[in-house]
Design a protein around this ligand. Structure first.
Ligand code: ADP
Ligand code: MG
Length: 235
């Protein structure tokens, strides 16, 4: 299998005044195309920092990040933004939906930036909502939907541009455990359809739904293990 991500000696410092505070201290990680990975670690261990670097939302202080064969760690902001828009779908804990827009309009937002015409945007957004099991909710606004439904809309929005990498930072952090499992199964079916998925969770039984668990501690990868192969339930 081909590598999608290769991280070598990734370091990230934040600054307290002039004092550097190291958060990532030499992350080594290789992820293959079509993996489903859960990233775990104590609160404050740098999971979001690492996800933001993977998602080209932030740059490392040093180290190399190769994504799909391209060295993104050396890129300027505008090049980085292009990679982010074309290759990455990001899902957040708080869903980050636009409250005034309906479900399908939220899903279609990235297509506006990609210059896709209105008719095609409408069709593709409705189709994507069906794929995440929300065909019936296309015309509802976020405040007319449950947390799990809002997260499905956010996942549909992340998928709409057919990115090569789906990143989700604590996507189940605001959901009850039954809904969390449904969302993990949805990510499982997204992976089964050929995508690469990396998500953060701090719950062990949630992480078990992924195929590989990478644990970060003290700024480095502490453990990296594949979970037993399981038959994933598709929806
Ligand atoms: P996690 O997601 O694992 O909880 P984070 O990556 O959010 O951890 O944060 C790691 C550490 O870096 C924490 O100590 C946090 O306070 C600090 N940190 C995160 N973002 C910033 C920032 N923008 N400026 C300064 N410190 C930060
Ligand atoms: Mg975090």
């Amino acid at each position: 299998m081909q590598e999608i991500i290769s991280l070598s000696d990734i370091r990230k410092n934040y600054y307290l005044g002039k004092e550097p505070v190291p958060v990532l201290k030499g992350i080594e990680l290789s992820i293959l195309k079509n993996e489903y990975v859960a990233l775990m670690g104590p609160s404050g261990s740098g999971k979001s920092t690492l996800m933001n670097i993977l998602g080209c939302l932030d740059s490392p202080t040093s180290g190399s990040y190769i994504l799909n064969g391209k060295n993104v760690s050396g890129m300027q902001d505008d090049e980085l933004a292009k990679v982010r828009n074309e290759e990455i779908g990001f899902v957040f804990q708080q869903f980050n939906l636009l409250p005034r827009l309906t479900a399908w309009e939220n899903v279609a937002v990235p297509l506006i930036y990609a210059g896709v015409g209105k008719k095609e945007r409408t069709e593709r957004a409705h189709e994507m909502l069906k794929q995440v099991g929300l065909g019936e909710r296309a015309h509802h606004k976020p405040n007319e939907m449950s947390g799990g439904q809002c997260q499905r809309v956010a996942i549909a929005r992340a998928l709409i541009n057919t990115p090569s990498l789906i990143l989700a930072d604590e996507p189940t952090g605001n959901l009850d455990s039954k809904t969390s499992i449904e969302i993990m199964e949805l990510f499982g079916s997204i992976q089964a359809a050929g995508n690469t998925v990396i998500l953060v969770t701090h719950e062990e039984d949630i992480a078990e739904h992924a195929k590989r668990i990478v644990r970060i501690k003290d700024g480095v990868v502490e453990r990296d293990e594949r979970t037993a192969d399981r038959v994933l339930k598709t929806q």
